[in-house]
Design a binder for this molecule. Structure first.
Ligand code: GLN
Length: 190
């Protein structure tokens, strides 16, 4: 079995851990750099990307995760997607900058703070219940990025090598198919 961490500084941590466990992985909460040591993959959960960045800097996890990403699989959801993007609209420079994608934060507008939509996700499902909460979307992707899902003409999930990301919250539905896909990527990458 594979051992997968969930960055546990803020946000929906236990839901991700449950979904990973249900998907056959061993799940570990990550609050300190030494907890990354024997992991095969990592989930960056939803929350608030600027707050998470501040906490990552404070704990040293920012640099540690950058090194970890050189060889290990990472799955970023919602705020985690923003942390992984190479370009963020209105912001000078990226956070981790792992994915060749250009993102817009809170992209679906203030009047629709959160909503659910049925999504088709490549390799995963034709009928996935996507929970969007002040969600970003992906404006464009580079040539090495595979688009996995779109909603209303906007890209909401993609993959680049050992990196997976989505704009919605797959951990909040009890449907573990997206997590299973990540566990499969982690195994392939190991
Ligand atoms: N709007 C948040 C951000 O910019 C992301 C929202 C979420 O993770 N649910 O970080």
């Amino acid at each position: 079995t594979v051992k997968i961490g969930v960055l546990a500084l803020q946000g929906a941590v236990s839901e991700h851990m449950d979904a990973l466990t249900d998907s056959g992985a061993q799940a570990v909460a990550v609050k300190h750099i030494d907890e990354l040591n024997d992991l095969d993959g990592l989930v960056l959960p939803g929350g608030e990307s600027t707050t998470m960045r501040r906490l990552m800097d404070r704990t040293g996890l920012f640099e540690a995760i950058k090194s970890f990403a050189a060889s290990k699989a990472i799955f970023g959801t919602c705020a985690g997607l923003i942390l992984m993007a190479q370009k963020i609209e209105g912001r000078q420079g990226p956070h981790l900058g792992l994915l060749d994608i250009d993102v817009k934060r809170n992209a679906f507008g203030r009047q629709v703070d959160s909503f659910e939509a049925q999504l088709k996700i490549e390799h995963v499902a034709d009928d996935f219940d996507g929970v969007f909460i002040r969600a970003p979307y992906i404006k464009s992707v580079g040539p090495d990025v595979e688009i996995l899902s779109t909603y209303d003409g906007h890209i909401v999930a993609c993959r680049q090598e050992h990196f997976l990301t989505c704009a919605f919250h797959p951990e909040l539905t009890g449907d573990t198919r997206f997590h299973r896909y990540f566990v499969h990527l982690v195994m392939e990458n190991k």
